[in-house]
Design a protein around this ligand. Sequence first.
Ligand code: AMP
Length: 570
Amino acid sequence: MTRNVDSVQERVLREILSRNAGTEYLNRFGLGGTTDCGSFKGKIPVVTYEDLQPDIQRIASGDRSNILCSHPISEFLTSSGTSAGERKLMPTIQEELDRRQLLYSLLMPVMNLYVPGLDKGKGLYFLFIKAETKTAGGLVARPVLTSYYKSDHFKTRPYDPYQVYTSPNEAILCADAFQSMYTQMLCGLLMREEVLRVGAVFASGLLRAIKFLQLNWQQLAHDIATGSLNPKVTDPTIRECMSKILSPKPDLAELIRKECSGENWDGIITRIWPNTKYLDVIVTGAMAQYIPTLEYYSGGLPMACTMYASSECYFGLNLKPMCKPSDVSYTIMPNMAYFEFLPHDPSAPPLSRNSPPQLIDLADVEVGKEYELVITTYAGLCRYRVGDILHVTGFHNAAPQFRFVRRKNVLLSIDSDKTDESELQKAVESASALLREFNTRVVEYTSYADTKTIPGHYVIYWELLVKEPNNAPTHEVLNQCCLNMEECLNSVYRQCRVADKSIGPLEIRVVKNGTFEELMDYAISRGASINQYKAPRCVNFTPIVELLNSRVVSAHFSPSAPHWTPERRH
Ligand code: AMP
């Protein structure tokens, strides 16, 4: 596959275009029936989600005609990327599950090249399903991993000694986050000596599990000592399954109490799971901020980033999974979809319909350059901009390898949330309206993703202009401003806050007058142009964060959780 990238890609494109020849979408651009690459590139526009939204809306409303794809749409996958504050809806087809399964099936054979003996024990993975809804037309809408865990591919997978998990399906498939996590942790503790790898999808998820252990180890140890199950776990399928696993193990309970009761949690993962060879978590992209904390809890275990995927399409895998996080490159598998690359040059003018951009094929990208990923999928996305920026680091055979650089337009991210500059701006504007009756304005603001707390939280620095010091906004009003901002943020943020509890309450830190001028002086002293200087809307450079923190006059937190339901707001 990696030797014949060009021919595999050509075949994939031909397959997609011929089977979708009758779709409304391809015919709209005059392509129906033609399957050659030249016509495709000449006629089909490069699009974003917003361009496809009217078509997607029709599918969601129940139009079953062949709009984007000739195969029936089986469900919608809800991406963590949002549009107008709501998760993007990605139509998918049944057979895509096989393609995802194929990529999963490559992960252990690759890992086995570097870490032998993984068939001699188990993996402790914290895996969760999330809420699902139905669209007006009756299609299920849910995250891609929820779809996968609920599929027969996962539930009735054949026994494979390399893929034995400590978590029973009953726990993974329980929609209640507490009961699911509690049971998965309990099983992980019971089978501590068999555990060879510990993981979650993203680094933030694994840290949430450690925090959970910090909060619940006493009850967990009690259950292990007595062989009984916490009455808060009420799910009958879990209770039934745990009754077969649990029996009194006082020595194990004692060990857990001894390790967890200390103040020092340095290396807790290897103390509790002494045979762990590596952590299986994604720590590339926005997740890189968690590397130091994970190193602390794991006593420096290697972290394996095994794959690169999205709701739209699974892209590829890391062929050197034991490399350092900073060296991770993903090899895109040419059979997953048709891939094109938009050269990424931040200084270039925006794309226009009249001068179509020159896209590069997978086999032709150049080492050292950055590109935005554009995909054409079996499920009917055509020349769709994913929004990820990738850097070419080299080749495996003829297949290029990519470092994930970042997602476009993302300012703040703690878990799967992605907040962009305009969302933050809107939230600040809305919250600052609460200050009007106090004759107070927000003159400048910036933000910071604080991941020192678990869960992490958004910090918004405000410099205020208080015109009437006797009538300054009170602590309560500023707390309400925090909540007001959260209400304005997108639904993925609010779901993380409310359902997953993977983001803590938003914090506003009011800084002394003149702080942002100091920030500008600092930037200019480091070479920024005075004319072009703009206050950064997000900071993460330590000296700047320290400067801001040293000027804080008061801190305020959201007093309650914002609103969130699985249903969409519009
Ligand atoms: P979603 O559509 O919610 O599944 O999110 C998919 C997005 O998550 C991708 O487009 C990337 O921006 C990000 N992502 C997925 N895998 C990785 C990875 N291995 N490293 C960094 N970011 C990733």
